[in-house]
Design a protein around this ligand. Structure first.
Ligand SMILES: Cc1cc2nc3c(=O)[nH]c(=O)nc-3n(C[C@H](O)[C@H](O)[C@H](O)COP(=O)(O)O)c2cc1C
Length: 165
């Protein structure tokens, strides 16, 4: 059994005019992280570059979300998703992530790029619904909604899950 991951329960936040940015190679290993990413994740640049992006995965984040995300971005589609991440010391932070493939002229994918902004009005509500995910992600599959503030093709929206009323 995997060792339990240390969590503090402390939420980190960032300002509305800040954007957390990272880039990866085609396998998802980080090649760039901006200063805001380093601050929220609580790592130095040298600790992150070359590491898999799953290094900041929060244990409450269902893996099926990322499975679906990867299938979309590898087929050349952009994706928006609400994600909780884990900081190095066990704190957490919520983001609205936009993940896109980096394409060259012949359409080949040479890496991926993610910009994340604060979740605004939905921040904090999602922790309460983590338990609603079925083991196979059935709850996720059946509860989609696109937040109004995101102006993007409907096909780009991934797994926005509405908290129960
Ligand atoms: C550009 C890019 C950004 C990503 N950002 C995150 C992130 O912020 N948090 C996260 O947990 N996974 C992120 N991922 C997904 C991870 O690569 C990984 O699929 C996920 O953490 C689940 O881990 P697993 O694939 O080992 O199950 C990102 C992937 C890419 C390509």
């Amino acid at each position: 059994m995997a060792a339990p991951v240390h969590l503090t329960g402390v939420e980190r936040t960032f300002a509305d005019d800040e954007i957390i940015v990272s880039k990866t190679d085609p396998k998802g290993r980080m090649t760039y992280c901006n200063d805001i990413f380093l601050r929220l994740a609580g790592y130095s640049e040298s600790e992150l570059i070359g590491q898999p992006h799953s290094m900041i995965r929060h244990p409450h984040m269902p893996r099926c979300v990322f499975k679906l995300m990867w299938s979309r971005i590898q087929s050349g589609t952009e994706v928006f998703a609400c994600v909780i991440n884990r900081s190095g010391n066990g704190d957490h932070y919520w983001v609205l992530a936009h993940v896109t493939p980096d394409l060259v002229q012949d359409g080949a994918i040479i890496g991926f790029h993610s910009n994340r902004r604060p979740q605004g009005r939905t921040r904090g509500q999602f922790g309460a619904v983590a338990g609603h995910f079925g083991a196979k992600g059935d709850w996720v599959k059946n509860h989609w909604f696109a937040p109004q503030e995101v102006k993007a093709p409907k096909s780009a929206n991934l797994n926005f899950y509405a908290p129960p009323p």
